[in-house]
Design a protein around this ligand. Structure first.
Ligand code: P6P
Length: 343
């Protein structure tokens, strides 16, 4: 890295200056997210050394056991975003209800939904984990934000991104003008540009799905997986599954691949699949599209789905367009429907 390598803040400022209408509010918002993730990275990287591992003994809205780091990550993001002056309302995987930004904080023009620490069940085993975020411009005119500002289809995102806390801490985001990656230099405390204009490789080489759920997959998923194992692409693929969405997505983005968490019948409490639409599937779908890939729930483009609730779940097929569209075709054959619009 040389001093000519832009930091995340410099990169965003340069891009903002290109937008005559920029007020600096978006840059302030992204700076708040960057600061939060540096603080989270520091805690994640020392988690084994201090008493921040393990469970709090509580369960979150999802009914999942809450890790101490989950709470730290959530509280850090909520506090820092509220202070940014750029946000009017937030939604978090860790919090049941919406989080309107109210006085004494200044309400801004943006809405942020986030999964503060996805894959947290992997924290204690040293597997990569991540923060996922989506940014919308508010619909309501002023004051604290409302639900209608937040329950939006992914196509209306103005930006989305994730930070993966792994062998290094990498900040990946897009505003729709390319997907860009920045690696944290802990000695500087800065994210430095390491990939500009990331594109998912033309050919998928990886498929990523929890094979233990196969007995409960709908036939369409079994046909889809068999197509990769035994079909025309036989031998091209290898299976990789970390069990941490951000890590599986990031690997596929760089190496070419497809990730799937279908709606299966294994857990009757999760009829629509395990992953959440607003702060997991939609932001990653925005990035996948920006990198030349695609994302679907098996019938619809993830970016077209209008959420009814903050914690709504969805099936997810995401990565190389060819493999995602093959999954949609399998569902179409199963239901006798051609590939429905907006696949
Ligand atoms: P399973 C982590 O708990 C998570 O929410 C995602 O990060 C990951 O893709 C998925 O669940 C893994 O779920 O059922 O395969 O362990």
């Amino acid at each position: 890295m040389t001093h000519r390598t832009p930091t995340l803040a410099q990169f965003i400022t340069e891009k903002e200056h290109a937008l005559a209408v920029a007020t600096g509010e978006f840059a302030s918002l992204m700076s708040a997210i960057a600061l939060s993730t540096k603080l989270i990275s520091r805690e994640v990287n020392k988690a084994g050394l201090v008493d921040i591992l393990g469970l709090t003994g509580d369960r979150n809205i999802q009914g999942e056991q809450v890790q101490k780091l989950d709470l730290f990550a959530n509280d850090t993001l909520v506090r820092t975003l509220a202070r940014s002056g750029a946000v009017c309302i937030m939604g978090s995987e860790e919090v049941a209800d919406f989080i309107p930004v109210a006085p004494p904080h200044t309400c801004g023009r943006y809405v942020v939904v986030f999964d503060p620490l996805d894959g947290s069940s992997n924290i204690d085993v040293g597997a990569p984990i991540g923060t996922i975020f989506a940014i919308y411009r508010r619909r309501s005119s002023d004051g604290p934000g409302q639900a209608t500002d937040l329950l939006r289809p992914g196509r209306e995102q103005v930006a989305a991104g994730y930070v993966i806390y792994g062998s290094s801490t990498i900040f990946v985001y897009s505003t729709g003008e390319g997907v860009h990656a920045f690696t944290l230099d802990p000695s500087l405390g800065e994210f430095l540009l390491t990939d500009e204009g990331l594109r998912i490789p033309e050919q998928a080489r990886i498929y990523s799905i929890n094979d233990a759920n196969a007995p409960w997959w709908p036939p369409a998923v079994s046909h889809w997986v068999d197509g990769m194992r035994h079909g025309a692409g036989k031998g091209r693929y290898t299976a990789r599954y970390i069990g941490s969405l951000v890590a599986d997505f990031h690997r596929n983005l760089l190496r070419g691949g497809v990730f799937a968490y279908p709606a299966d019948t294994r857990d009757p409490a999760l009829p629509d699949g395990k992953l959440r639409l607003l702060y997991e599937a939609a932001p990653l779908a925005f990035l996948a599209r920006g990198a030349g890939g695609h994302a679907s729930d098996g019938y619809r483009d993830i970016l077209d789905i209008v959420p009814d609730s903050l914690h709504q779940r969805t099936a997810l097929f995401i990565g190389n367009r060819e493999e995602v569209e093959a999954a949609v075709a399998c569902y179409g054959q199963e239901t006798g429907r051609g590939s429905s619009g907006g696949s």
